[in-house]
Design a protein around this ligand. Structure first.
Ligand code: NAD
Length: 511
């Protein structure tokens, strides 16, 4: 493992970092500064200045100016620049991945995995830059042709959450860029350093290609900058990732100006384990889904709905595996789980544990705060499993922590009803070798989530698919498939290549 100071040096992170940038130019924001604190050991890693509303306005102005030139560049040429960004990320993968782990607290392997996702989306976007297809339609009129084309929107604002501090930005930015948009990123105030590192990596690529200011911009700041973006008519699409509370506030503001937003919000994801499930795949999927990233993924497994006939067996297996889990420094590869993001998150975990106890939940694997050597940051908790006799309110909420609920079912319809009976609709899975059960789960009578899997858990996703969920998850789709269409405006074109103009309803004028 590389020394953290070498990692910071390699990424151009200094003790004090300007938190605003329009590309090549970085400047000190006028709204004070924040310390980036590592949940790994409680150390202050570095300080970042925060954007004021004046800084924000300057960034928007630069992006508006940049849009004209950027959209005029042919899409495959924009793709070629994104390809270079992907190459630069490959070069910095270990440093950036390590910083993600150190600033956010996810394991070293997950930090590297997150940067790999960025590289993958660059590759995807490069291919996409030659495939921004529109349809052609047969016109009902003689000598007419109809088709549709996709044009860039303008400025895409990106608000991101702490748990995927860099990948979510790249999912949005790389697709937005090949589509001909310019973008402005407001990262989580809990993880500003990884954002600065990304901006520096991209800046060098843009500079070497002679791309001017305003194509890729960064505004570090708290939620007030996000609120400015939501209210700003100049943000043509606002893609916001975070809690449902944030999404509702953003949707209301953007809706009031009839703007466009793409929302990626909370999840409350369940796995159904049927009597014929293969435990060799189900158990690792459950445990990885529940404790990966310390339960701080939007796709983390929060509920397991188990058939009554195998309930006791599954409990025994889970107890065995949870008994082997090691919690500690996420940069140590021997550890399975690192810390929560901060003390506030620990308090939320403790509050939820209290509510579970008061509601009569029984802990199969005990919760608790870890203290002593190696846990000085106060952010390390025990992953726990609670048996619930019914799906109470606390189970229906997303608690962003490694708390797993166990519920029993008798017939599959009941299990599907339980799985769907939460406000969120992001990810879901069934473990079964029975084709009828699998197909029912995937049918319109099955899971109501944006992601529904068979014999693979809820956690994570491949960039090739459209990512997102229904209900309080916000309805947005990002990344693969045809999610790019959210970043463009569709235009329907009709061309008359004949010498007369057939009017509707046969109306004629004497000329
Ligand atoms: P959060 O809502 O506290 O903050 C997310 C971002 O929104 C931050 O940048 C924050 O500054 C900004 N923000 C907060 N309030 C705002 C407002 N009123 N207007 C504009 N911006 C505002 O979320 P978090 O704690 O950083 O992240 C955890 C949450 O994110 C979880 O609910 C998780 O499920 C969700 N998440 C969802 C996805 C997804 O793709 N569905 C991905 C990652 C995280």
């Amino acid at each position: 493992m590389k020394n953290i100071q070498d990692v910071l040096n390699g990424l151009g992170i200094e003790a004090n970092n300007p938190g605003v940038s329009t590309g090549n130019i970085f400047w000190e924001g006028g709204a004070g500064s924040i310390d980036s604190v590592s949940p790994v050991n409680g150390a202050i890693i570095a300080r970042v200045s925060m954007a004021s509303s004046t800084d924000y306005s300057k960034v928007v102005e630069a992006s508006k100016k940049a849009f004209a030139d950027w959209k005029a560049l042919p899409a495959p040429k924009r793709g070629a620049i994104v390809r270079e960004i992907g190459e630069a990320l490959r070069v910095h993968k270990v440093d950036l991945g390590t910083l993600v782990s150190y600033e956010m607290g996810k394991s070293a392997q997950e930090g590297l995995g997150e940067v790999q996702e960025m590289i993958d989306i660059c590759d995807f976007a490069v291919g996409l830059s030659r495939q921004l297809y529109g349809l052609t339609m047969h016109s009902e009129r003689t000598n007419h042709r109809m088709y549709e084309q996709w044009h860039p929107l303008g400025t895409v604002g990106i608000i991101s959450a702490f748990n995927f501090p860099v990948a979510v930005w790249s999912w949005n930015a790389m697709i937005a860029l090949v589509c001909g948009n310019v973008c402005i990123w407001k990262p989580s105030e809990k993880t500003p350093l990884t954002a600065i590192a990304c901006q520096r990596i991209v800046q060098r690529v843009l500079q070497s290609n002679g791309i001017g200011e305003g194509v890729v911009s960064l505004v570090c700041g708290d939620r007030s900058i996000g609120e400015l973006m939501a209210a700003d008519n100049q943000i043509d699409l606002l893609s916001a990732t975070g809690s449902t509370r944030m999404g509702k506030a953003v949707a209301e503001r953007v809706g009031s100006r009839l703007g466009k937003c793409l929302l990626e919000l909370g999840g409350n994801n369940a796995i159904i384990v049927t009597p014929g499930a293969d435990f060799n795949v189900a158990i690792p999927a459950i445990v990885f889904g529940a404790v990966g990233t310390a339960g701080q993924r939007c796709t983390s497994t929060r509920r397991v709905i188990v058939h009554e006939s195998i309930y006791e067996l599954l409990k025994t297996k889970l107890q065995q595996v949870y008994g082997q889990l090691k919690v500690g420094d996420p940069l140590d590869e021997a550890m399975h789980m690192g810390p929560l993001i901060d003390r506030q998150a620990v308090e939320q975990y403790e509050r939820t544990v209290q509510v579970i106890k008061e509601a009569g939940g029984v802990f199969l694997v005990e919760p608790g705060l870890l203290q002593g050597k190696g846990y000085e940051s106060g952010c390390y908790v025990k992953p726990c499993v609670a048996e619930m006799s019914e799906q109470l309110d606390i189970v229906r909420q997303e608690t962003f922590a490694p708390i797993l609920y166990l519920l029993q079912y008798t017939d599959l319809e009941q299990a599907i009803a339980l799985q769907n009976d939460v406000p969120q609709g992001l990810s879901s899975a069934i473990f079964t070798l029975n084709i009828r059960e699998a197909e029912l789960f995937l049918s319109s009578a099955g899971s109501d989530c944006g992601i529904a899997n068979v014999n693979i858990g809820t956690s994570g996703a491949e960039i090739g698919g459209a990512f997102g969920g229904e209900k309080e998850t916000g309805g947005g789709r990002e990344s693969g498939s045809d999610a790019w269409k959210a970043y463009m405006r569709r235009q329907t074109n009709t061309i008359n290549y004949g010498s007369d103009l057939p009017l509707a309803q046969g109306i004629k004028f004497d000329l």
